[in-house]
Design a protein around this ligand. Structure first.
Ligand code: BES
Ligand code: ZN
Ligand code: ZN
Length: 478
């Protein structure tokens, strides 16, 4: 899809007119549609009305963007319109944005671009609509210059699409090496650094927790290291450390999960994908920030070689861990990646993202990620940005009370309390144990928001969570 600005209304097969509630311009509707009779359209959020020009061969789509409270979600309205109607479009459509401010235009374009994500890429090719081809044209009509708006929205949507593609990819395809290759290719394309520690590097460096989780799989674990900094980095620019959980498939290991919904555990690298997408987007937008993104990738498989409940393992931090439940694997790979980023990069801020617990979903449903932080300013910033970009988080406590739950008789810490209580909190407390003395750390348990039901797929699918939120947070804190 090519999105470009045009000054003049040139003939196209369809004109889309996005409208905000309370600002429905009936004169403009009449002018574009050629229909003179009264047209009832309230511009409610996601309301769609299709009109046909009486003499010219073209359709006019009125698209409701809703009220002020829908402002951060307007992209969903335009994505829905394109998702529903794209089969009717052959090569060129127009987006009439003359009535909108640039923020709303950005939202509408982002949604259109997101609609070009084709989840059914393994389906037989014959039915693919023209809309999904590279040379399908979207011409944006607007009064002011929209080049920057278009560029930023397209880059943002494309990074989100990359995240969705990785999360929706089947687990036999996206083995750890696949995620590593993705990062290397993206880094090359957009001009940032990427490096991969393979299993023998991990052994040498002592990332034993990551190795333990991956030891039952024939696809060995990797640590993906990415870094973006602008050409002329200022000395006072803070360094952000992002860490993602990259479990390419989570069977639970020997503490095996049930069969119901097990296929959805391909999404257990959602935190890692968020980190990869965010670093890519920062590089594409050439942001004035310094960011390091680490993703700890492994497959948590069932095998004679799998790590066991009862095992005591080492970790990069030097702390020993007693394994109580092999399904609490995410915190183990994160423990190593967190200790690694702290020791080797000394970032001013550390933010980790993980589809870490079912408990985060039980607590907040699919409406918000669970946020934990030892720094109020960092927490407030992430919360605020979550609302701005429609990727909400809600803060939860790191009370000291939960510390005894993780005490082990034979090792420094155990990976599960054994209690069916406050699972998202105890998981966060486990991570805190490995970042303890870092003053500005935040943990986002995104199990409920990275992947879920939507109007764009029949089964659960990826949401593209991460790049927008992380870029917004880094821009705010720099
Ligand atoms: N990957 C899961 C968490 C998860 C659950 C993500 C549902 C998305 C949807 C994680 O590794 C896990 O299995 N967590 C366990 C931890 C428990 C064994 C301590 C959980 O939450 O039940
Ligand atoms: Zn698990
Ligand atoms: Zn998991």
């Amino acid at each position: 899809m090519k999105i470009t600005q045009t000054q003049e209304l040139t003939p196209s097969e369809a004109i889309i007119l996005p409208l905000q509630k309370g600002a429905v311009d009936t004169k403009l509707i009449k002018e574009i549609s050629g229909i003179q009779s009264e047209i009832s359209f309230k511009a409610d959020f996601k309301e769609i009305k299709v009109l046909y020009h009486p003499t010219e061969n073209r359709a006019i789509y009125l698209l409701g963007l809703g009220e002020e409270k829908h402002a951060s979600k307007a992209y969903l309205a335009s994505r829905l319109l394109a998702h529903k109607h794209n089969k009717d479009w052959k090569e060129k459509i127009s987006l009439d944005c003359r009535n909108l401010d640039s923020q709303t235009i950005a939202q509408v374009i982002q949604g259109f671009k997101l609609a070009s994500y084709r989840i059914g890429r393994f389906k037989e090719e014959k039915e693919i609509a023209k809309f999904y081809s590279e040379d399908f044209n979207v011409q944006v009509i607007g009064d002011q210059s929209l080049d920057m708006t278009i560029e930023t929205s397209v880059a943002t949507a494309e990074s989100m699409i990359q995240v969705m593609k990785l999360i929706d990819a089947p687990p036999n395809e996206k083995i750890p090496e696949y995620l590593a290759d993705w990062a290397l290719a993206s880094a090359k394309k957009y001009g940032y650094q990427a490096e991969v520690l393979n299993a023998s590097d991990l052994k040498k460096e002592g990332l034993d927790a990551l190795l333990s989780v991956g030891q039952g799989s024939k696809f060995p674990p990797v640590l993906i290291k990415t870094e973006y900094k602008p050409d002329n980095l200022k000395s006072d620019t803070p360094k952000f450390g992002l860490v993602g959980k990259g479990i390419t498939f989570d069977t639970g290991g020997l503490s095996i999960k049930g069969a119901q919904n097990l296929h959805y555990m391909k999404s257990d690298m959602g935190g890692g994908a968020a980190v990869l997408g965010a670093v890519e987007l920062a590089a594409r937008l050439k942001l004035d920030i310094h960011v390091v993104g680490l993703v700890a990738c492994a497959e948590n498989a069932v095998d004679a070689d799998s790590y066991r409940p009862g095992d005591v393992i080492n970790s990069y931090s030097g702390k020993t861990i007693e394994i109580i439940d092999t399904d609490a694997e995410g915190r183990l790979v994160l423990a190593d990646a967190l200790a690694y980023i702290k020791k080797n990069y000394s970032p001013e801020y550390i933010i980790d993202l993980a589809t870490l617990t079912g408990s985060a979903v039980m607590s907040l449903g699919y409406s918000a990620g669970a946020l934990f932080s030892n720094d109020d300013h960092l927490a407030d910033t992430i919360s605020e940005c979550g609302f701005t970009v429609d990727e909400r988080v809600w803060r939860m406590p790191l009370f000291e009370d939960f510390e005894t739950d993780l005490e082990s008789d034979i090792a420094d810490v155990r990976n599960f309390s054994g209690k069916p209580l406050a699972g998202a909190i105890t998981a966060a407390k486990f991570l805190e144990f490995f970042v303890k003395d870092h003053p500005k750390w935040a943990h986002l348990d995104i199990a409920g928001v990275a992947f879920g039901d939507s109007e764009f797929s029949k089964m659960k699918s990826a949401k593209g969570y991460g790049p927008r939120l992380l870029v917004e947070v880094m821009k705010k804190l720099k």
